[in-house]
Write a protein that binds this ligand. Structure first.
Ligand SMILES: Cc1cc2nc3c(=O)[nH]c(=O)nc-3n(C[C@H](O)[C@H](O)[C@H](O)COP(=O)(O)O)c2cc1C
Length: 329
């Protein structure tokens, strides 16, 4: 068991968090993560109707008494989802923890606070972390430039953002983006974080509901195999390289790109073909630079055993042995 402000806040054994994963973070991962001693956040928008989220929450409650949470991602959309209805389901079902991402969760904070739900806001800059603290978030998760999905437009790595966040904030900080093993966990703690959030690493686990080909593509990828797309739209996101990712970059390089120019290569429908049928040339797939560190597809329990074992060894053996102060008589 490890003890940090994050293990205390969530009532978990290890400060290890499975962040929201669109289409993938469902009951199976949340239960496996809870049982292994961490906390997993199920993405609300994986369900096109709030009632789908309710069913998924009930599946988790049927299988574990341990903590879990829900991810609410507020991204720009032509047809915005019915967020109040998703929030309503979380409240009805007694959800205690929510991870928000994208736009500020400010408009929902009074409702969530009244319901006693603790919010961790995931963001990519110190200014947004300060705002999250101001509006009443219980913690922040800081996604460095290495991360899968949306790293923002500032390109600042976790190594810089985490200590800056620690210095700037009074609430607990979780390090996210580029973390995948016990070394990462110890580094996150050393940088001042109270926990570590992972996305890509959880995709390459036995419980993640995605085709084996995607897991193997992550295992085979090197740290150089991700690409930043939609930079020209100021909506940058990091994906695993494939022909579609290269095609999008080619179109963006021509200038004056609109979402219509690239959407056929990035569509969720094609992505479904990759997720369900393993067609790696269909759509694009979010992944972080940490793919370079991922070499296996363990169960979530095996992953926790590895990470915790490695972190424990570092904290109790390797690092203490580095200090060679002379003992004075
Ligand atoms: C396949 C995939 C889907 C993701 N979907 C979401 C999402 O819907 N909402 C969200 O807040 N973060 C999402 N993320 C980001 C993760 O929660 C996490 O912040 C990020 O992966 C951390 O970086 P890492 O991949 O280096 O661990 C996604 C990540 C991946 C790999």
């Amino acid at each position: 068991m490890f003890k940090t402000a994050i293990t205390e806040m969530y009532g978990i054994e290890y400060p290890i968090i499975q962040g929201g994963l669109m289409w993938l973070a469902k009951a199976e991962l949340a239960v496996a993560t809870a049982e292994a001693g961490g906390i997993g956040f199920m993405t609300a928008l994986t369900h096109d109707k709030p009632e789908g989220l309710r069913d998924e929450i009930r599946k988790v409650k049927d299988q574990t008494d341990k903590p879990f949470g829900i991810n609410l991602t507020f991204l720009p959309s032509l047809r915005p989802p019915d967020f109040p209805a998703y929030v309503g389901v979380c409240i009805d079902e007694g959800v205690k923890f929510i991870e928000t991402a994208g736009r500020s969760p400010e408009e929902f904070m009074p409702t969530l606070n009244d319901a006693g739900i603790k919010v961790i806001h995931k963001c990519t800059s110190i200014r947004h972390a300060l705002k999250a603290q101001k509006i009443g978030c219980a913690a922040v998760s800081i996604d460095g430039f290495e991360c899968a999905g949306h790293p923002g437009e500032d390109d600042i790595t976790s190594l810089i953002l985490i200590p800056l966040a620690k210095d700037a904030l009074d609430i607990p900080v979780v390090a996210s983006g580029g973390f995948g093993d016990g070394r990462g966990l110890v580094a996150a703690l050393a940088l001042g974080a109270d926990g570590m959030n992972m996305g890509t690493r959880f995709v390459a686990t036995k419980e993640c509901p995605i085709h084996e080909n995607v897991k193997q593509a992550i295992v085979n990828a090197s740290e150089r195999d991700t690409r930043l797309l939609m930079r020209s739209l100021r909506n940058t996101a990091r994906f695993l390289v494939n022909d579609n990712a290269e095609k999008v970059l080619e179109i963006e390089a021509r200038g004056e790109t609109t979402i219509d120019d690239i959407k056929e290569f990035m569509s969720g429908v094609k992505g479904k073909d990759m997720r369900d049928n393993g067609d790696m040339d269909s759509g694009v797939f979010s992944a972080g630079q940490v793919v370079g560190l991922i070499r296996s597809v363990p169960s979530v329990q095996e992953l926790f055993d590895e990470i915790v074992g490695e972190a424990r060894e570092l904290l109790t053996q390797r690092l203490p042995n580095i200090v060679q102060d002379e003992v004075t008589a």
